[in-house]
Write a protein that binds this ligand. Structure first.
Ligand code: ADP
Length: 572
């Protein structure tokens, strides 16, 4: 089944304004070059063709009757033949090319009509000198229509399903189970959405994605997927090994800058890292009739005598979940118990939640007056800035350091050790203190964390606490060299579960040598990934801080982060 749309022939020409209310864009067609209206020109050439054909046939019949050789031509006959050729060429050019084009485009149903794709404009743009002018792949992306044209689906059954979804008689979320085919379900949902909203999804691809892989795990009610380019920074020389770091981003400069940091680190012998703690957390909130009862439970769960029993109950959730400790906080009658556990190579939110549920069920027997308000009481704390993560850590706590020689600081980073140390003190430490920062004592850790997270299938929302980072810089070796470190207490990463198993993300994990579960030592892949994240942040910090110290930031962003293409042209 092909569910892609083919816009109606005249959709672009007919619209008098764009959806945004902008003035209409006039796309020139070959027929615009004719001196007369199209119907008149066509009429003249048709009339010419038939009258000349009639005249010639008449003349040839006369010649046959009078036994005159056919090749002996009078002036009027020559003129008639020339006129006939001219009209044939015109009519073939007008109708024949359209017919052939429709034959070529119709079978896939995916190709825009010649009139919808303003080739004239494309050719004009591509006529600039340079490699793009010649390369067909370099054509600007197809124009995305604002208004969704209605597709007629091939099978009546599918058409019926789309109409039912639009009418609301079939819930969109049931399509996968009803059809038993995730791709078809996505296609039908997408078409129903376009018809309901009247808006086109033309730029959002549907094909080329495994919709079965996300079912029940990664995304509900899919209608396509967003493409994000992946750049490579590296080699990052970390703990004696080289890594090529995939970064999914649309921010120009980011990969280039991180790459420069990697180069500086590499030239100086590499960075080294340590995982200080590996502990995912979940903190339910429970309520008691009195504050003293809440205190009773706090004392119970924090008593080392009870730890082994609680750990056995907790660890039943998974062979990889291992309870490490419970840290409690009280607010009146309410108790918040922050469970911390190792989770193998999984980021671990599911695992720790299951373990917590086991313990709550167990505690209910001895504390029947305990009212479980929520499995998560925000003392965890997941996807929100919170001091508890900054101080206690969540996920992997990592420190990473490097010494950058003064020559590399000068030649690669184009600044000086003294300038970097001073900027770090006034910006990352003092400036962030002035701003009341929470874990934000760095230049742009979240830039690198987000890009690596998206590329490797991590939960990008955990960028909030995963980007907590304090960057330290100090002059060492008699003030000649730079000691730089990043300390990141809450890097939440996994190499199994969630988005890590999807094809693209899995390929990026594979590139780093941390794909899937570690056979030898469960948890070592995710810990290694956390150190790579920290090492990449170190490179990013080094490079951006240098650019700021050297006053290059604005210049390089203007070069890499601003398109030279005329945005108004693209928008139209
Ligand atoms: P998360 O807790 O990060 O959401 P999931 O619970 O979705 O992750 O995925 C972890 C799953 O992977 C569990 O079912 C677990 O048993 C399995 N698994 C297999 N190998 C490992 C490993 N080395 N470390 C952690 N989990 C593993």
């Amino acid at each position: 089944m092909d569910v892609r749309r083919r816009p109606p022939m005249r959709s672009v020409r007919q619209s008098s304004t764009t959806s945004a209310g902008e003035p209409p864009v006039k796309h020139l067609k070959p027929s615009d070059a004719l001196p007369l209206p199209l119907y008149l020109t066509n009429g003249i050439f048709f009339a010419l063709f038939f009258s000349v054909a009639y005249f010639l046939l008449h003349r040839w019949r006369e010649k046959i009757r009078t036994s005159t050789p056919l090749h002996v031509l009078t002036l009027s006959e020559i003129a008639a033949i020339v006129s006939m050729l001219a009209s044939v060429i015109y009519l073939l050019g007008f109708f024949g090319v359209d017919f052939v084009q429709s034959l070529v485009t119709r079978p896939s149903g995916d190709v825009w009509d010649a009139e919808d794709e303003p080739h004239g404009a494309i050719l004009e743009e591509d006529s600039r000198p340079g490699p793009c002018a010649a390369a067909i792949d370099c054509c600007p992306p197809p124009k995305v229509a604002d208004v969704a044209p209605v597709t007629v689906f091939s099978s009546e059954e599918e058409e019926e399903m789309i109409r039912s979804v639009v009418a609301g008689s079939v819930p969109s979320y049931l399509l996968e189970s009803k059809l038993g085919d995730c791709k078809r379900a996505a296609a039908i949902r997408r078409e129903a959405l376009q018809r309901t909203t009247g808006r086109s999804l033309a730029g959002l691809p549907l094909d080329g994605f495994d919709y079965e892989a996300i079912l029940g795990q990664c995304c509900e009610m899919p209608v396509g997927y967003v493409q994000i380019p992946v750049g490579i920074a590296g080699p990052l020389l970390l703990d004696g090994r080289e890594y090529w770091v995939p970064m999914a981003t649309t921010e120009g400069c980011l990969v280039a800058s991180t790459n420069r940091g990697c180069k500086a680190i590499f030239t100086c012998g590499g960075a080294s890292s340590m995982v200080l703690r590996d502990r995912m957390t979940r903190a339910p909130v429970v309520r008691f009739p009195t504050a003293s009862r809440a205190a009773d439970l706090k004392l119970f769960v924090e008593d080392p005598i009870n730890f082994d029993t609680l750990a056995v109950v907790f660890n039943r959730s998974s062979r990889f979940a291992r309870l490490q400790g419970i840290h409690c906080a009280i607010a009146g009658k309410n108790l918040y118990m922050r469970f911390g556990c190792s989770t193998g190579d999984a980021m671990g939110m599911n695992m720790v939640s299951k373990g917590v549920q086991n313990v709550l069920d167990f505690l209910q027997t001895d504390f029947p007056d305990m009212d479980v308000i929520g499995i998560s009481g925000n003392f965890c704390s997941d996807k929100k800035p919170a001091a508890v993560n900054w101080i206690e850590g969540r996920g992997k706590s990592v420190v990473c350091e490097a010494i950058i020689g003064d020559e590399v600081v000068r030649k690669v980073l184009k600044t000086s050790v003294a300038a970097l140390v001073e900027l770090n003190m006034l910006k990352n430490l003092t400036g962030s203190a002035v701003a009341g920062a929470l874990g934000g004592f760095n230049a742009h850790a979240s830039n690198i964390v987000s890009a690596v997270y998206i590329a490797t299938g991590q939960d990008p929302a955990q960028n909030v606490e995963s980007s907590h980072c304090i960057t330290m810089m100090e002059a060492v070796n008699d003030g000649k060299d730079l000691h730089i470190s990043v300390t990141m207490p809450s890097i939440e990463v996994g190499t199994v579960g969630g988005g890590t198993q999807l094809a693209s993300q899995s390929a990026c994990l594979n590139l780093l040598g941390v794909k899937g579960a570690s056979k030898e030592s469960p948890g070592s892949n995710s810990r290694l990934l956390a150190t790579i994240v920290a090492g990449s942040v170190l490179a990013g910090e080094l490079s951006l801080m240098s650019a700021i110290a050297a006053g290059q930031l604005v210049k390089s962003h203007l070069k890499y982060n601003r398109s030279s293409r005329d945005v108004s042209k693209i928008a139209s």
